[in-house]
Design a protein around this ligand. Structure first.
Ligand code: MG
Length: 266
């Protein structure tokens, strides 16, 4: 597909969005007409036990309705993107990248979600620019949210920590020094395609980095890539979550996910 055509497709899809699928939390939400204001027969929200925040010494605890993908003990929820068992190392409650062993992804597939990830880059730092603690959280194995040591480390803006790689730099650089545990809270809504593969809805991402808003409902141009902005290609509504081995060291802990099923209820 030509660059011009890809840009045009993106624009058309963006314009079509408001008249696409109904979305929860908009004035067209059918629940607003189904229930009168303060209707006491309207179902209450399900009760859950919220999680607890982490500290530098200890990871936090996931909310009771989350799927815990890594709890500090084993890699049972993960496999190597090359096939077979994930070859990263579990040590002292965290997951460590073993450079050169390849990306790892979840056994289970996910689409729209709230994702919590804690990560740390090597201290003392190794190298600089994109070679300093580079990893990444790939929603649906296709849309990379960048992990990098961006504390006093200059690189291109759309490749620093908390960027949607190659598309959107973060609103601010909320990075902590290397070696310290940092958090991403990612709200992701995947793209939608009709049965013929036509793009109905763009993927969107909202992210807090160490509690600070860094991506505010940005619309992705398509899958993320190095030196390119490829257009969307049809794919299933759920795909595995992937963590990148960029041939550099890095650590993860306390990874949990909550599936969002009714953002655009029918
Ligand atoms: Mg990366």
């Amino acid at each position: 597909m030509s660059k011009q055509f890809a840009s045009l497709s993106f624009l058309i899809a963006a314009l079509l969005l408001p008249c696409g699928a109904q979305t929860r939390g908009t004035p067209s939400d059918p629940d607003l007409t189904r229930w009168k204001v303060h209707d006491r027969s309207r179902p209450a929200a399900p009760l859950i036990t919220p999680g607890t925040p982490g500290t530098q010494e200890n990871p936090g605890r996931a909310p009771s309705d989350a799927i815990v993908l890594f709890n500090g003990k084993d890699l049972s929820k993960w496999e190597s993107a090359r096939g077979g068992a994930a070859k990263w190392r579990v040590h002292d409650g965290y997951l460590e990248i073993v450079p050169g062993t390849g990306d790892i992804h979840t056994v289970q597939s996910f689409g729209d979600c709230q994702l919590h990830v804690e990560w740390a880059t090597p201290n003392p730092p190794q190298k600089h620019d994109q070679e300093r603690g580079n990893s990444g959280v790939y929603l649906m194995s296709k849309y990379e949210f960048q992990v990098l040591d961006s504390y006093q480390n200059k690189t291109y803006a759309d490749g620093q920590a908390a960027s949607v790689y190659g598309q959107y730099p973060p609103l601010v650089n909320a990075s902590l020094p290397p070696g310290e545990w940092q958090t991403y809270e990612i709200i992701f809504h995947g793209p939608r395609f009709d049965s013929g593969g036509k793009l109905l809805r763009l993927a969107h991402m909202t992210v807090l980095h160490n509690g600070v808003l860094v991506q505010d409902n940005v619309a992705l141009t398509g899958p993320t890539a190095y030196m390119a902005r490829p257009p969307y290609a049809p794919h299933p509504q759920k795909l595995p979550l992937l963590l990148q081995d960029h041939d550099q060291s890095g650590r993860y802990r306390n990874i949990w996910i909550r599936e969002l099923n009714d953002w655009d209820s029918e």
